[in-house]
Design a binder for this molecule. Structure first.
Ligand code: AMP
Length: 145
């Protein structure tokens, strides 16, 4: 059952954390990694993952890694709102396939919301890579100040 399975160390986010798969990285420290969603639901859709937690979801993760992930989520949410000026922002997390989870390494979604614009489909349409590179450069510059 997807809510209660065993952690798969070959999942795509584990590979990204190890450097074995690419990502459009925005921020990294010893504990967390933040990168742009490759199939974004809005402009600036960002994912925050804990690096040291072999946890599939909110039920598995230890409190220390959970706190570190959430502190990074707040930091990245502030950056995205400052730089992209959306009228709203969704912070979301899914547990188990019936809840919408498709990658089984815990992560938070930060999804800027723009007035009058609906959300793209979840994990469906790959972004234009050149656009992601431009956005990555813009956000990294803002993070570095
Ligand atoms: P979830 O469905 O909540 O597990 O979210 C997984 C998210 O990861 C989706 O929004 C996907 O678009 C995104 N995603 C899947 N593979 C990659 C990847 N290689 N790089 C960046 N984002 C990805």
């Amino acid at each position: 059952m997807s809510l209660h399975g065993t952690y798969d160390p070959q999942n795509i986010f584990a590979l990204i954390i190890k450097g074995d798969a690419p990502c459009f990285k925005l921020y990294e420290d010893d504990d967390v990694l933040a990168f742009l969603d490759l199939f974004p639901q809005s402009y600036g859709h960002t994912l925050v993952v804990p690096k040291r937690a072999a946890a599939r979801n909110m039920l598995d993760i230890d409190p220390d890694n959970l706190c570190k992930m959430m502190l990074a989520v707040q930091k990245l949410t502030r950056v995205l709102v400052d730089e992209l000026q959306p009228e709203g922002v969704q912070v979301a997390q899914f547990n188990g396939a019936p809840a919408g989870q498709t990658v089984f390494h815990i992560h938070m979604h930060i999804v800027p919301r723009y007035a009058g614009q609906g959300l793209g489909m979840h994990a469906a349409n790959k972004a234009d890579v050149a656009e992601l590179e431009k956005l990555q450069a813009r956000l990294v510059a803002r993070i570095r100040g």
